[in-house]
Design a protein around this ligand. Structure first.
Ligand SMILES: NC(=O)c1ccc[n+]([C@@H]2O[C@H](COP(=O)([O-])OP(=O)(O)OC[C@H]3O[C@@H](n4cnc5c(N)ncnc54)[C@H](O)[C@@H]3O)[C@@H](O)[C@H]2O)c1
Length: 312
């Protein structure tokens, strides 16, 4: 009987996705390279479930049941015998993902969807060696997958639209906020928007219009604080499209529209300044607390999710 979710790769993302799947009542098998790694994945998935529960984002009963729904599998073929859906979350490497997709395609009947959590590879390429590419698609969960609601369902050139719609509605049943991306383009959907923001933010710093601190403050304290409940298209409709048009006519000619990376960002990278991991980027991280910032980010997401849950 096909009644299990199979997740290939139980790292950072696989364990988050496993928590979401098990909390929705699915028997969930985590397939890894060895038992030690799948045990680590199950432990981390359990930690994610606990975090949701402790913060009022999951019911005690569902959480109690979810721990028991997680299991480990080293044998992909065996796990696939009972899968009604498979989600691949291994390393971001095209050849490795192609190989897994090709194996999964030969193991699973054509009606079982095969999803990749790729952040940036084309699903058309990942599925290029499959016999049934119509059941393949990207399901791009965002980190941390148990907290961030968005999942981008991206269709390849050959994905079946009905299959993609079914996966989208299943993810909505899992409590996620899925969106359908109809073409296999770089940046999927949300990263295209994020890159437009980052290009302008880095340009503003490069031209000396404002400091990195002030750019981040402008985003966090201005548009960013509204964004969880107020999208850019809702915004432009609210203020009036005539005003929106006039602002575009004034501002667009003056903002960065280059199709290459921002020069000063490239210079920082060339000099070995890679941000937090080398201690210096736009900020000096020997003076700034990344752990505290990441904790504040997660607390804020939890706070916002709780508030939205109460309103629904
Ligand atoms: N980390 C993020 O913020 C993030 C966000 C969204 C999407 N993604 C994407 O999700 C995917 C996974 O990223 P991650 O951050 O979880 O990586 P990770 O390195 O934490 O985990 C990858 C796991 O896959 C396992 N693995 C590798 N090959 C395998 C195989 N053949 N069979 C079974 N397991 C295998 C590894 O042992 C490892 O545990 C990547 O495609 C990445 O681009 C990452």
């Amino acid at each position: 009987m096909r009644n299990k979710v199979v997740i290939i790769g139980a790292g950072l993302m696989g364990s988050g996705i496993a928590a979401v799947s098990a909390l929705s009542g699915n028997m969930t098998i985590l397939v890894e390279k060895n038992n030690e790694l799948s045990a680590r994945g199950i432990k981390n998935a359990g930690g994610n479930i606990r975090e949701l529960c402790e913060n009022g984002l999951a019911e005690d009963a569902a959480a109690g049941k979810a721990y028991g729904l997680l299991s480990a599998g080293e044998d992909m073929a065996k796990a696939c015998e009972e899968a009604f859906i498979v989600i691949e979350a291994i390393v971001e490497n095209l050849e490795a993902k192609k190989e897994i997709f090709s194996r999964l395609d030969s193991l699973l009947p054509a009606e079982v969807p095969i999803l990749s959590n790729t952040s940036g590879l084309r699903i058309t390429d990942i599925a290029s060696d499959t016999v049934h590419p119509e059941r393949t698609m990207t399901a791009h969960f965002w980190f941390p997958a148990h907290l961030v609601p968005l999942v981008e369902v991206v269709m390849s050139e050959r994905t079946d639209i009905d299959m993609a719609q079914k996966v989208k509605s299943m993810l909505a049943d899992w409590g996620k906020k899925p969106v359908l991306v109809r073409r296999d383009v770089p940046g999927q959907l949300a990263n295209r928007i994020l890159q437009a923001v980052i290009r302008e933010a880095t340009s503003i710093v490069e031209t000396g219009l404002a400091s990195p601190e002030d750019v981040d403050t402008a985003v966090k304290a201005g548009m960013g604080i509204r964004f969880p409940v107020w999208g850019p298209l809702e915004h432009i409709d609210a203020v009036g499209l005539d005003l929106g048009l006039s602002v575009q006519q004034t501002v667009l000619p003056d903002i960065n529209n280059e199709d290459k990376p921002v020069e000063s960002l490239k210079k920082l990278v060339d000099e070995g300044n890679l941000g937090y991991k080398t201690g210096k980027g736009y900020y000096d991280w020997s003076e700034k607390d990344m752990e505290g910032l990441a904790a504040l980010r997660n607390d804020f997401i939890i706070y916002a999710l709780k508030m939205l849950k109460q309103r629904n």
